[in-house]
Unconditional design. Structure first.
Length: 211
């Protein structure tokens, strides 16, 4: 199903999980700029957000009552819309997504040392904000999944799109020495826009009407 500007505007007006996602990001942006959070702190906070997204996506796959496997292959064969496919897909996603973020954490530990005395406090605040946000979103959109027929293969790959802004800022950060308010603003704005857009796409395109 094609995503149009009208669709985006409609979802922004009617979906409380999108509004909560926007305000959650806005709170983090304000706190980061006012309290001058370091880039290292923000990358760790968004690493934790990615882990939260992955956890709830794993639960979302396991909670599906009905799903499509169109275009989804396992070991080169068309997957069946069966419980065994659902379980194997969920656990494969959890393993692959977790392993990816384990290596990402190692990169952050070795490449971005954190010296802020308020690192744990800022991290806990960011973690709490996004945990509440994504828990609400999962519960709110669970009924939409149950009423539709999501493509399980598409659902498995959607969370990866949300981590693109983090990769972009690492590349940008490597090219710019030091940290600045401008760099923080660009990163946070890009990240928020991608968050909201991918949320709309994942919850608009996936729950297809049952045949």
């Amino acid at each position: 199903m094609k995503i149009t500007e009208t669709t985006v505007r409609y979802r922004l007006r009617t979906d409380p999980s999108i509004r909560l996602l926007f305000f959650s990001n806005l709170i983090v942006i304000v706190l980061a700029l006012v309290q001058r959070w370091s880039m290292g702190e923000l990358l760790w906070i968004y690493w934790w957000q990615n882990m939260i997204i992955g956890f709830f996506n794993w639960r979302r796959i396991l909670a599906l009552k009905s799903f499509s496997t169109k275009g989804f292959k396992i070991n080169g064969r068309q997957a069946e819309a069966a419980p065994k496919t659902q379980k194997s897909t969920a656990w494969f996603f959890l393993f692959h997504y977790g392993a990816f973020h384990l290596f990402y954490a190692i990169f952050l530990i070795t490449s971005i040392p954190e010296t802020s005395p308020y690192f744990m406090l800022h991290g806990a605040v960011g973690l709490g904000i996004f945990l509440f946000n994504h828990a609400f979103s999962y519960r709110y959109n669970k009924e939409q999944d149950a009423a539709g027929n999501p493509n399980i293969g598409t659902l498995m790959f959607f969370p990866y799109a949300r981590i693109i802004p983090m990769h972009l800022i690492i590349i940008l950060g490597a090219a710019i020495s030091g940290e600045s308010t401008w760099l923080l603003f660009v990163f946070l704005t890009l990240k928020t826009a991608a968050d909201i857009l991918m949320h709309i796409i994942s919850h608009h395109r996936l729950p297809l009407v049952k045949q």
